[in-house]
Design a protein around this ligand. Structure first.
Ligand SMILES: Cc1ncc(COP(=O)(O)O)c(C=O)c1O
Length: 370
């Protein structure tokens, strides 16, 4: 099997699996228990918090472990927005489903939401964002890297704008954590989200950073774990495996750039187009593609028959009939959105995989042309 769906999830690394197994066997005490078994678990939990805070370059008091990136986004968006003094929130139209779900909840509570389009490069237009700000805007939530097309949003610029306008800013860093330098802006934002399974850690584990000086309204009032922001006994083995994966993760940027360029060469005179941003605004390991006249779903199934795993967009929107959000947010038609598929590279990707992928895509494209 050739796995080219690393943006959907990654295999756990050996070190993360070993850490998980070792912790599950030996540190099974509840981190909240007052006996020695609990004390040892709590010591390791706090150590993991410090390691993650150091990686992000933020105050460890703001690090909250969660059950996923989805949960992290929802907790961050709801708890920051509800603490604000206005009723207006802003996100891009291409945010992860969890951000939109949280904002839909806010709408039902009387908030108004502005959904920003993406420009022709798949980027948020900061001038348009600035124009959308109102007196009652309390929160902006923009992802760092789009999961479907891999474009890198200008989050540092947005952080400065949000700070100047005194508006809370949340960044979904699920696709960028360990791949881009999140620490350069983490201190400048009010909240950010990460997830373990995109970097070789376990599924069902993540974290948020919420600036500890920020006022928030907890989503589940009265819970006691994780500073009252995320209730429930923490999954210490998963958290330890996540920070192990984080510390050993290497993003092979140059390799991914070469793979991307080679794929472009292979598809040069075909009907297969890349949907991407220019230069530094593009994460090289995520390739958004369309073959004119062929549904992305069909491309995915055809490649699957050849033992190649890719996807038609975000795994979380798999039941949506509308194609992909990023493509629609860029103003493309529904039929183009339906043609969309995503290839994403990771630690196990090599030149042979790219050659095979290119050959099959070319074949599908030629058949469509014929
Ligand atoms: C940008 C983005 N945010 C959030 C998530 C959700 O993370 P999780 O799968 O841990 O819930 C994903 C997952 O694909 C994602 O790509």
């Amino acid at each position: 099997m050739i796995y080219l769906d690393y943006a959907a999830t990654t295999p756990m690394t050996d070190a993360a699996i070993e850490t998980y197994a070792e912790a599950a066997k030996t540190v099974y005490g509840n981190t909240s228990s007052l006996h020695d078994a609990g004390g040892r678990a709590s010591y390791l939990l706090e150590n993991a918090r410090t390691r993650l805070a150091n990686k992000l370059g933020v105050n460890r008091d703001g690090v909250i472990f969660t059950g996923s990136g989805t949960e992290g986004n929802i907790l961050a968006v709801l708890s920051l927005a509800r603490a604000g003094e206005g009723k207006h929130v802003i996100a891009s139209a291409a945010e992860h489903t969890s951000v939109h779900a949280a904002m839909n909840t806010l709408e039902r509570e009387g908030f108004e939401m502005t959904k920003l389009p993406l420009d022709e490069n798949g980027l948020v237009d900061v001038d348009l964002l600035e124009k959308s700000i109102r007196e009652d805007t309390v929160l902006i939530s923009i992802q760092h890297v789009n999961s479907e097309i891999g474009t890198i949003q200008p989050v540092e610029q947005i952080a400065k704008l949000a700070r100047r306008m005194n508006i809370s800013f949340h960044v979904d860093c699920v696709q960028s954590f360990c791949k881009l330098p999140v620490a350069v802006f983490a201190k400048e934002v009010d909240a950010l989200t990460i997830s373990a399974h995109k970097i070789g850690g376990p599924k069902g584990c993540g974290a948020i950073y919420i600036n500890p000086r920020k006022r928030i309204v907890p989503v589940f009032p009265g819970v006691t774990h994780e500073k009252g922001i995320r209730g429930g006994t923490v999954d210490l083995p998963a958290i330890l495996a996540m920070v192990t994966a984080m510390e050993e993760f290497t993003y092979h940027r140059e390799n991914f750039e070469q793979f991307r360029n080679r794929l472009k060469e292979l598809l040069n005179d075909s009907e297969c187009d890349f949907v991407e941003a220019e230069g530094n605004h593009q994460l090289p390991s995520i390739c958004g593609l369309c073959i004119k006249g062929v549904e992305g779903q069909l491309v995915m199934l055809r490649l699957n028959e050849e033992g190649i795993c890719i996807s038609t967009g975000s795994a979380c929107d798999i039941n949506s009939a509308s194609g992909t959000k990023a493509i629609l947010a860029m103003g493309h038609s529904l039929s183009k959105a339906r043609q969309f598929f995503r290839v994403s590279f990771g630690s196990g990707t090599n030149e042979v995989h790219i050659e095979k992928l290119g050959a099959y895509l070319k074949k599908i494209s030629l058949e469509a042309r014929g």
